[in-house]
Ligand binder design. Structure first.
Ligand SMILES: [Zn+2]
Length: 66
């Protein structure tokens, strides 16, 4: 059974923006590359950029992996 705090924790965990190649977390002020499919207007994500990208991006690469 998962409670709401566990769900929130998992959500936060998944929302971290990580390099798809080396797995390093993309940090503030860090340059990175992202491959993105533009979602349809009805599914357009709204929110904090790194969390949106973590969910929507096809590929995320840190500056040393791109
Ligand atoms: Zn990397």
């Amino acid at each position: 059974m998962t409670n709401i705090f566990e769900q929130a924790k998992n959500f936060y965990k998944e929302a971290n923006l990580k390099c798809f190649n080396c797995g390093n977390e993309i940090k503030e002020n860090e340059l990175f590359s992202v491959t993105l499919t533009l979602p349809s207007k009805s599914k357009m994500p709204v929110g904090v950029l790194d969390k949106v990208l973590a969910k929507q991006a096809n590929k995320v690469l840190c500056s040393s992996c791109k």
